[in-house]
Design a protein around this ligand. Structure first.
Ligand SMILES: Cc1cc2nc3c(=O)[nH]c(=O)nc-3n(C[C@H](O)[C@H](O)[C@H](O)COP(=O)(O)OP(=O)(O)OC[C@H]3O[C@@H](n4cnc5c(N)ncnc54)[C@H](O)[C@@H]3O)c2cc1C
Length: 353
């Protein structure tokens, strides 16, 4: 249930392992949070530390090249030249230095750069910066292109894709899944993956699934961008094909308010231009927003539920594009082999019971 990056990747993997799969999407696949994402594929972020999420991300990043190859996604603007992060204040510098240190200790490639070294690597990054870092294992892609390729891939391997099909509830016989209710029809099935992103909470039959939307607004400008994505505490700059640069993003707790606010977009543009000054006068060619699925503790919710046959895969928050390959693999392990990978233990919905 749900045709975002998570539902699409799960459908692909389950079909690959021989199951008969139907993807139920209330609109068109890949048009919600997945459509809105910047597309950074990184195993860490501002303020993050080592722990289960880093371990999950790391495994997903390692799986990414093969995942893209398997699904035939060869034109998704994949940039594997690494990601940069910049710090502009003493506090931000301390955070970045600490991050580089724990990542290096964990055996993850990370290198501190002076402002001069940053400019040598990315001559457009001439804004005032105290410290920078290069993370060679991180990258970026265009999530819209990936979702389109994934949709073609799942169709080509025989997944039945039901679009404009809104699921209203998950049917059970009291203890296990029996089907999905589509208002005028029930799709009978012994297994369901609930992957409806920020809309999952109301679809959980009889257990707590505290996931809410976190609104993110972004824009794209027509300009020459840096070669790699550049991350900073307020957002990110991501080069896209066709002379566009994606700039983002806000994080707003405003429910499902889809309004795009000109002031918020101006701020996103200003923040990016403080690092790449050449973006300041660039024309904004597109604005958009999306609802990240954010759980009560900010971590993904992936795992079995009290309802036999029902697996949840949501709450990916700011990392759903990066986490798609590992989510699909571990969800398929659960459904096909009944195997709960130890990596998933901290992420089960039972933590909210
Ligand atoms: C501005 C922004 C920037 C981001 N940047 C990044 C980034 O750089 N890197 C990264 O890894 N992640 C990023 N993310 C996060 C990422 O987009 C999400 O974590 C990811 O897309 C979640 O995927 P999903 O499939 O769970 O949800 P979605 O893509 O939202 O898909 C859920 C799907 O379920 C469908 N659905 C809902 N209810 C029903 C129903 N009742 N019946 C049938 N279908 C239903 C919806 O129509 C939708 O298609 C960003 C998000 C935003 C908003």
């Amino acid at each position: 249930m749900g045709g975002g990056i998570v539902g699409l990747a799960c459908a692909w993997e389950l079909r690959r392992r021989g199951l008969s799969v139907t993807l139920i999407e209330r609109g068109r696949p890949g048009r919600e949070s997945t459509w809105a994402a910047a597309g950074v594929i990184a195993a860490h972020h501002y303020g993050a530390g080592p722990g289960p999420l880093f371990d999950l991300l790391r495994r997903s990043l390692a799986a990414y090249p093969e995942f893209l190859e398997n699904v035939g996604a060869d034109e998704v603007d994949w940039c594997s030249d690494g990601m940069l992060a910049v710090a502009r204040t003493a506090d931000e510098s301390a955070e970045l230095t600490a991050r580089v240190s724990w990542l290096t200790e964990a055996g993850y490639e990370a290198e501190l750069l002076t402002p001069w070294e940053l400019r040598t690597l990315e001559p457009l990054c001439t804004g005032r910066v105290e410290t920078a870092a290069l993370f060679p294992a991180d990258g970026s892609l265009d999530p819209r292109l990936l979702a389109a390729d994934l949709e073609s891939a799942v169709r080509s391997v025989g997944v039945e894709v039901r679009t404009d099909a809104k699921a209203t509830s998950i049917e059970t016989d009291g203890s296990r899944v029996t089907g999905v209710d589509l208002v005028d029809e029930i799709v009978a099935t012994p297994a369901v993956v609930l992957a409806a992103g920020a809309w999952c909470a109301s679809l959980a039959p009889g257990f707590r699934l505290p996931v809410r939307p976190c609104k993110g607004q972004m824009c794209a400008v027509r300009a020459e961008g840096p070669r790699r994505s550049v991350n900073f505490p307020e957002g990110v700059i991501v080069p896209r094909a066709g002379g566009r640069v994606a700039l983002g993003a806000t994080q707003e707790d405003v429910g499902f308010d889809a309004h795009i606010d000109a002031d918020a977009i101006r701020q996103v543009h200003r923040d990016a231009a403080a690092i790449v000054p050449g973006l300041a006068n660039a024309e904004i060619v597109e604005t958009w927003m999306g609802f990240r699925p954010q759980s009560a503790d900010g971590f993904p919710v992936i795992g079995p539920t009290p309802v036999e046959g029902l697996v949840v895969a949501t709450g990916h928050f700011t990392k759903g594009i990066a986490l798609a390959p590992v989510t699909a693999e571990l969800v398929a392990d659960l459904i096909c082999d009944g195997r709960l990978d130890p990596l998933l233990r901290p992420f089960g919905p039972d933590r909210f019971a």
